[in-house]
Design a protein around this ligand. Structure first.
Ligand code: ADP
Ligand code: MN
Ligand code: MN
Ligand code: MN
Ligand code: MN
Length: 341
């Protein structure tokens, strides 16, 4: 892995497939400084990823963001790419393009997002890694932010991923063990506008890749285990310049008002199978009803205690599921929260 590359680099092109998973493939480029503008447009066989029909398979990869590659090391790079059809139309699973347009229109608000990605590591038996074969671990209580053998699993993956994000330039801001044994969380942000979706997708890609080395899978499903076990969210923290400034609480309350009337449109964009998770139990608000409150984790939206006390800050939309596309989430949330620009 440390051999001299003799003036060439590996560019790993990453895209999002029909199932909302990352895919990638590699190509050789001459060593140089690369930006989305000077990187080659590439393509892949969309019929193999359910992104195109068999009689018209080529899907184009248009580079949109570049990161350092922590797996292979610099000067190798990761290239996040948007999917476009051969006739110049958007590929059905490209949610980035429309998100970018919307973020542009709200740029003057300086919108910040922070995402909390929850995930369990899954073993070969399809159950969370570390769960006893044929049985269950002790009920939840000891695992959240747990320290000690038996309370957490595979901390190596979590820390490798943390450092890989630093190296790549992904704005990871923290990690913690979650409520179910085998479940973890990482946070990315605050990121401004469009950057949020890009950074989260690369963070997901890196986690999936690092887990490869350890022989475990990452599940993005919002309710990986039925029963009395926490599901998984993609809590979305949000603020604008105005909300962060003195007196911003008024704007946050206005946003709550607006978000109430957009509840079903938001849920539409907040991930599949979210009804299995948003039951009103296990630290969630019910999927059929919008609610908000200060420091209350059984609501759709929580206003952090600190924000309420200071009279400005941000709010946390707890509805998005772990498998949601951050481009879809950030786009509908900003539209719903701010209304017409
Ligand atoms: P929780 O208490 O819900 O577990 P976390 O600490 O896991 O919260 O995550 C908080 C998230 O909020 C982080 O991703 C952080 O970047 C983000 N965040 C902090 N301040 C702001 C802000 N002003 N606007 C938007 N997001 C913010
Ligand atoms: Mn081939
Ligand atoms: Mn959190
Ligand atoms: Mn959490
Ligand atoms: Mn949270």
């Amino acid at each position: 892995m440390h051999l001299d590359q003799r003036g060439r680099i590996i560019a790993e092109y990453v895209w999002i497939d029909a199932a909302g998973e990352t895919r990638s493939k590699s190509r050789t480029l001459e060593e140089g400084i690369y930006t989305p503008d000077n990187l080659p447009i590439w393509n892949f066989d969309g019929s193999s990823t359910k992104q195109a029909p068999i009689n018209n398979t080529d899907v184009y990869l248009r580079p949109c963001a570049v990161f350092a590659d922590p797996i292979r090391g610099s000067p190798n790079i990761i290239v996040l790419a948007e999917c476009w059809n051969a006739d110049g139309t958007l590929n059905k699973f490209n949610f980035r393009h429309e998100c970018a347009k919307v973020m542009d229109t709200y740029a003057k608000h300086e919108p910040w997002f922070g995402l909390e990605q929850e995930y369990p590591l899954i073993g070969n038996d399809g159950r969370p890694f570390g769960w006893p074969t044929g049985g269950f671990p002790a009920p939840q209580g000891d695992y959240y932010c747990g320290v000690g053998y038996g309370k957490i699993v595979m901390r190596d993956i979590v820390d490798s991923h943390y450092k890989a994000c630093f190296y790549a330039g992904v704005k990871i801001s923290g990690t913690n063990a979650e409520a179910m044994l085998g479940q973890w969380e990482f946070q990315v942000g605050p990121c401004e506008g469009m950057e949020m979706g890009d950074h989260l997708w690369i963070a997901r890609f890196l986690l999936t890749k690092i887990a490869e080395d350890h022989g475990v899978k990452v599940s993005w499903h919002p309710k990986p285990v039925e029963g009395d076990w926490n599901g998984q969210g993609l809590h979305t923290n949000f603020s604008t310049k105005g909300m962060r400034a003195s007196g911003g609480m008024k704007l946050i309350e206005q946003a709550m008002e607006r978000l109430g009337s957009y509840h079903s449109q938001c849920i539409e964009e907040y991930g599949d199978d979210n009804d299995k998770r948003l039951t009103g139990r296990h630290e969630t608000g019910h999927i059929d009803m919008f609610s908000w409150g200060v420091a209350d984790r059984s609501r759709s939206i929580r206003i952090p205690r600190e924000t309420a006390t200071r009279g400005c800050g941000y709010f946390e939309d707890r509805r998005p599921a772990s498998n949601a596309d951050p481009y879809r989430v950030t786009k509908i949330l900003i539209t719903a929260a701010l209304g017409k620009t």
